[in-house]
Ligand binder design. Structure first.
Ligand SMILES: Nc1ncnc2c1ncn2[C@@H]1O[C@H](COP(=O)(O)OP(=O)(O)O)[C@@H](O)[C@H]1O
Ligand SMILES: [Mg+2]
Length: 348
């Protein structure tokens, strides 16, 4: 089959800082790795930066492997790209435009989770400087409401008083040009759940735990430095363990919450849910549709490997999920059925 791999990367920097580009550039390595995997599986493959190549060129492909994300440099958002692909009637891997839009806004995701009684830390959105935060218990964590990849998150993001809160909120508002999400800080174990498949076939791959350095002076968070600044203390001393050491009951509870969280936002094919444990309760921090599948250092691929998939096999599995949705759609001659995980009553 002819498969197009697409990604989104612009030369400019519309928000954030120069270092944030580290999080964006990673997609190039992933695109290459996916290309090699797909070719190994017998496909003919092209790679396109939609910022540079546009979308018309994509019509030649039987299916698209969608690695496009919203980046700090590009004004083109991932949901807008997916929406165009849907309008063009193309089959593409991962979530549809509606799910991408919901998850790109952490507050929207949280509202949906709460509507289904899925635990998520209590929060408030701050849209302007001077707005007061009420009813939340310190310590709090302050994040940009619509970024990913730990962009905008550093040790100062965890705040213990009003002064720290105001300073961080101001930085997010000014630098990232978007509201700040102020959330209660859950100082518990951090678990990632990687999901593959749709509908009744959706399953959670072995759970993974983030292992933080035993440095009492710093907050235990996956900061930007921990994710991207090779050589930094946080990067060198933060790791992960898969499978996570959990008793059978906790594991089952976490997996059930992860599946429900993906359903409520309407992910397709593959996803990753980031959670923190308080006592036995898993709190959902965010849902990542189309999570990072970098072969070297992504949590999703680490989980897939523990489940027995090679890189080429999991890439093929993601594509197979998208093609199966595409076939089901053609049978029903209905518009895109992205959101296959989503129960009809909350399809929105
Ligand atoms: N409410 C919270 N309590 C504890 N840690 C948090 C909380 N929110 C975020 N974090 C930390 O910050 C990291 C990044 O936050 P997350 O919401 O997953 O955003 P991103 O989209 O950047 O990954 C998490 O992996 C976790 O370590
Ligand atoms: Mg996260």
């Amino acid at each position: 089959m002819d498969i197009g791999i697409i990604y989104n990367l612009a030369d400019d920097l519309l928000k954030g800082g120069e270092l944030d580009r580290l999080a964006d550039g990673e997609v190039l390595d992933t695109a290459q790795a996916v290309k090699v995997a797909l070719e190994r599986n017998g496909h003919r493959v092209g790679i396109h930066n939609v910022c540079r190549d546009g979308l018309a060129v994509l019509a030649q492909y039987g299916a698209l492997f969608n690695l496009a994300e919203s980046t700090v440099g590009s004004a083109v958002t991932e949901d807008a790209i997916a929406e165009k692909l849907e309008e063009m009637g193309l089959i593409f891997t991962g979530a549809g435009s509606v799910a991408l839009r919901k998850c790109a806004n952490k507050a929207w995701t949280k509202a949906l989770l709460i509507s289904q009684d899925i635990p998520t830390p209590r929060y408030q959105i701050v849209r302007s400087e001077g707005e007061t935060v009420t009813g939340l218990e310190y310590p709090l964590i302050v994040k940009p409401v619509g970024e990913d990849g730990s962009i905008g998150i550093d040790d100062d993001s965890v705040v213990w008083d009003e002064r720290g809160l105001e300073r961080k909120v101001m930085q997010i508002l000014r630098m990232y040009r978007q509201p700040a999400l102020v959330e209660e800080f859950i100082d518990g174990r951090e678990i990632n759940a990687a999901l593959i498949g749709n509908g009744e076939d959706a399953r959670v791959l072995p759970l993974s735990e983030i292992i933080f350095p035993a440095d009492e002076g710093r907050p235990r968070i996956l900061s930007f430095a921990a994710e991207w600044l090779a050589g930094s203390y946080a990067y060198l001393n933060t790791g992960s363990r898969c499978p996570a050491d959990l008793d059978a009951r906790s594991e089952a509870a976490i997996k059930a919450i992860a599946i429900r969280a993906c359903r409520v936002v309407g992910c397709s094919d593959y996803a990753r849910v980031d959670m923190r444990l308080r006592g036995d309760t898993p709190y959902v921090l965010e849902v990542n549709p189309n999570p990072c599948i970098n072969p070297q250092d992504s949590g999703f691929i680490a989980s897939a490997r523990v489940a027995g998939f090679s890189y080429a096999e999991i890439v093929d599995e993601i594509l197979a999920c998208a093609l199966a949705r595409g076939r089901a759609e053609a049978r029903q001659s209905a518009p895109a059925c992205h959101g296959a995980l989503l129960p009809a009553e909350v399809a929105g």
